[in-house]
Write a protein that binds this ligand. Structure first.
Ligand code: SF4
Length: 189
């Protein structure tokens, strides 16, 4: 019953985000990109913000980066429907520019509520931006990736962003290794 309440709360949150005009990004969006996957997931993946394809489809991580993410999840023994995927920002920044601090300030409560309601065993932050936001640090992803960090009540595993690894073979190999590590962590009692 508690799980159902959490699901209902997430649905209410998604409906609230769909109407949100709390920062100027609402003006340029086609869709609010709230989340994808299971509200009962053991793993929550966090990216930066929707890109062009995500904005058009209303789902996070579609297109080439999404395909890469699907194959990375396989290495961890997971399917997309087993995990919960969200971004720090729910609307696309123009020309995929970096999120700005007032946008994050306006939007971050959605992500924090999502994490509270899903309550995953692991939060996987993908890329520098999501990692810095969740871990409240200026340390770069290269130093933080591949290790589990305790952040409040959450265990956080930072990894490279699947889009950043698309055209960088060595980054892709590191990323694949980190998803294999995630698979092992999930098997550890
Ligand atoms: S980015 Fe977030 S805060 Fe800004 S309009 Fe979209 S949902 Fe609202």
């Amino acid at each position: 019953m508690a799980e159902l309440d959490g699901v209902q709360e997430l649905e209410a949150l998604a409906a609230e985000a769909a109407r949100c005009k709390a920062c100027p990004l609402w003006e340029g969006r086609t869709n609010v990109v709230f989340a994808d996957g299971s509200p009962q997931a053991r793993v929550m993946l966090v990216g930066e913000a929707p890109g062009k394809n995500e904005d058009l489809e209303g789902r996070p991580f579609v297109g080439a980066a999404g395909k890469n993410l699907d194959s990375l999840l396989e290495l961890a023994g997971l399917r997309r429907e087993d995990v919960y995927i969200a971004n720090v920002l729910k609307c696309r920044p123009p020309s995929n520019r970096n999120p700005q601090s007032h946008e994050i300030q306006a939007c971050a409560h959605f992500l924090h509520d999502q994490a509270r309601l899903v309550m995953p065993d692991f939060i996987v932050t993908m890329g520098n931006f999501a990692t810095r936001h969740i871990m409240k640090t200026d340390v770069g992803i290269t130093r933080l990736r591949g290790q589990v960090h305790q952040v409040g009540r959450f265990r956080v595993l930072p990894v490279y962003h699947p889009a950043a690894a698309l055209y960088d073979r060595s980054k892709q190999e590191v990323l694949e290794g980190d998803f294999r590590t995630l698979g092992l962590l999930l098997q550890t009692p």
